[in-house]
Write a protein that binds this ligand. Structure first.
Ligand SMILES: [Ca+2]
Ligand SMILES: [Ca+2]
Ligand SMILES: [Ca+2]
Ligand SMILES: [Ca+2]
Length: 599
């Protein structure tokens, strides 16, 4: 008798391994499955019809390995974080329990067929008319993506639309002989009974019953596009064009296979039923507006439609969905295949939470606004001209100064919402202007721990709009204090200031401020032997050279505005509501002033 016909005549079954072939021709081996996805089915456009907002898809997952894929349910049931070792039909919250499953791995030992079981994830009971059976969780992962030619791993490409993780029940729906082309090796060669060793091992009769799930060697499990869950949701606003459809079998790698590196297939797809390029408006709405940040520390989530390759939020975040813990205005710019898309701007507010806070008492004068004879600063911008943010100047034709603290722009770029909804009556009559107060643990800008916009009162006291600028829970025992003003040279305390008995006190009015380690910085201007004030004349702080400087750029700001009045001007160095010659006097006097406070 010929050897080859002996081999053929011997059985290869789960009861008798004598005819089963090991890859290395040895007499003893594990017979592992190998799952792949059919590229042929993916390329068949009839099997993946597109609708507005939805791409329906079909998938075939052949087992081209040496051994069957066999999953066995265990008696371990899970509801959330609770585990039960006896079968349960329903979780306490009414949901279906997850059931731990084992992968049975067969091992040929000469003519004997042994096996070992290993943990392989979970299955879940799925109800409904066309289901009513157990599904292996996370069996396949389907995504539509934008190709990134600089990134070799397609799983890192930006995702369009929401991916759907679909659980299959594992069954022998068909086989590689009946469906030539579904089963191919990595070179694309068609596989069937002739070139898949141990073809049929497993029996070809696995089904959706919980205790009979599996895929035999050379068999395939197929789910067509008309079956529940076989779809990818495409977000509103996605533009028509070419994308990648990427499919992955066993994405969580719960199944041990002969080859773990052939589990992804992808094709180009042309979306034609979404937004036409010529109708692309470039505008999207943020989802999640109107939420209020609570006191649980969890923040709120905002998202924009997932239609692009890059996302840039106003707070610097770069994902399509973000978690927000700070109140403020939020917007997002999306880079899409149709061009740039800008979202609306939403305001997120926060509950006032019961936090214990450091009581902060600061004093500071602004040169120009301060009158040494009166011993206080003028409130002209507020009480006479009505030019502070949110105020309407007297006279019908004059514009309202936009509401909200004025430090949202460069170089400060502070996004706080202090005063965002204020009108002219919101200001106390003693208010001079807004200042920006920052706290640092060391002299460097990078050590900043908190920032807040506050009001400066005529007597030099700082009135905090945010009454909890420094929560006690930060555990600070001393801190550097910075005060900035939109057209004065910024200042910092000369040393760490102690927080004692939950109170932070510092008075810039009676002492000079930080002048750098060499003492060469300008600090503040001594108005007399006991009174200090922030230098006036720094109207252009973007053009400051090393820190805060008063130089030719600040004169230019004044020069361009000279003669303008009744506007909230950066060149109004004495805060009297006009840009005129008294302001230039401060510039002339202070030209050359240069600070050492790091910016
Ligand atoms: Ca595989
Ligand atoms: Ca695997
Ligand atoms: Ca300047
Ligand atoms: Ca002025």
């Amino acid at each position: 008798m010929l050897l080859s016909s002996i081999a053929f005549s011997q059985d290869c079954t789960l009861e008798d391994a004598s005819g089963c072939i090991c890859d290395d021709s040895s007499d003893e081996c594990y017979l592992l499955p190998n799952m792949v996805l059919s590229q042929d089915i993916l390329e068949d456009t009839i099997l993946r019809p597109e609708f507005p907002g939805v791409l329906r898809i079909s998938a075939s997952t052949p087992n081209i390995g040496q051994g069957p894929l066999r999953v066995i349910p265990s008696d371990v049931f899970i509801c959330g974080t609770d585990t039960s070792y006896t079968p349960i039909d329903e979780c306490p919250d009414g949901s279906f329990p997850q059931q731990l499953i084992k992968q049975r791995i067969y091992k040929k030992i000469s003519g004997e067929m042994a096996y070992e079981d290993r943990d392989a994830g979970f299955m879940t009971y799925h109800g409904g008319l066309d289901h009513g059976h157990m599904h292996v969780d996370g069996w396949n992962y389907y995504t539509i993506r934008i190709e990134d030619t600089l990134e070799t791993n397609p799983l890192n490409w930006p995702i369009i639309g929401e991916q759907t993780k679909m659980g299959f029940c594992l069954a022998d729906i068909d086989n590689c002989e009946e469906r030539p082309g579904d089963c191919r090796d990595e070179e694309g060669e068609i596989l069937g009974a002739d070139n898949i060793v141990n073809f049929g091992l497993g029996g070809g009769e696995y089904s959706c019953d919980a205790d009979n799930q599996g895929i035999s060697v050379g068999y395939t499990d197929i789910y067509y596009y008309n079956i529940a869950g076989m779809l990818i949701t495409i977000p509103n606003g996605t533009c028509n064009g070419t994308y990648k459809l990427v499919m992955q079998v066993d994405p969580l790698n719960q199944i041990l296979e002969e080859n773990e590196n052939d589990n992804i297939v992808m094709i180009d797809i042309e979306l034609t039923k979404q937004t036409p390029v010529e109708e692309f408006s470039g505008f999207v709405f943020i989802d999640g507006a109107g939420q209020v940040i609570g006191c649980d520390g969890e923040g709120v989530d905002l998202s924009v439609p997932r239609i692009g390759s890059h996302y840039l939020w106003s707070n610097g975040d770069t994902t399509y969905t973000i978690n927000v813990t700070e109140p403020g205005f939020y917007s997002c710019v999306i880079t899409t295949p149709c061009g740039e898309s800008l979202s609306n701007q939403v305001l997120i507010t926060a509950d006032i939470c019961e936090t214990e806070c450091v009581e902060i008492e600061l004093g500071v004068y602004l040169e120009g606004a301060y009158d040494i004879n009166e011993g206080k600063m003028r409130t002209t911008l507020n009480t006479e001209r009505k030019l502070l943010p949110g105020q309407r100047p007297p006279g019908m034709s004059l514009p309202v100064t936009p509401a909200g603290q004025p430090y949202t722009i460069a170089p400060w770029n502070y996004g706080g919402i202090e005063g965002f909804d204020w009108d002219e009556d919101a200001y106390d009559k003693e208010v001079v202007d807004w200042v920006l107060v920052s706290f640092r643990t060391d002299v460097a800008k990078q050590t900043e721990v908190m920032q807040t916009a506050a009001l400066l009162l005529s007597d030099g006291k700082v009135d905090f709009v945010n009454t909890c600028a420094l929560p006690l829970e930060m555990g600070l025992d001393s801190i550097y204090i910075l005060i900035e003003h939109r057209n004065h040279v910024g200042i910092m305390s000369g040393e760490l200031v102690s927080i004692e008995n939950e109170v932070l006190q510092y008075d810039f009015r009676v002492q000079n401020s930080y002048q750098g380690s060499a003492g060469s910085g300008s600090g503040q201007n001594p108005l007399d032997s006991t009174t200090w004030a922030m230098f006036a004349g720094d109207g252009d702080q973007v053009a400051d050279i090393q820190s805060y400087d008063i130089n030719g750029f600040d004169k230019l700001v004044w020069f361009n505005d000279n003669g303008i009045f009744n506007l909230y001007l950066p060149s109004d160095y004495n805060l009297d509501g006009e840009a005129s010659s008294p302001d230039k006097i401060y510039w002339d006097r202070n030209n050359g002033v240069t600070s050492r406070v790091t910016k």
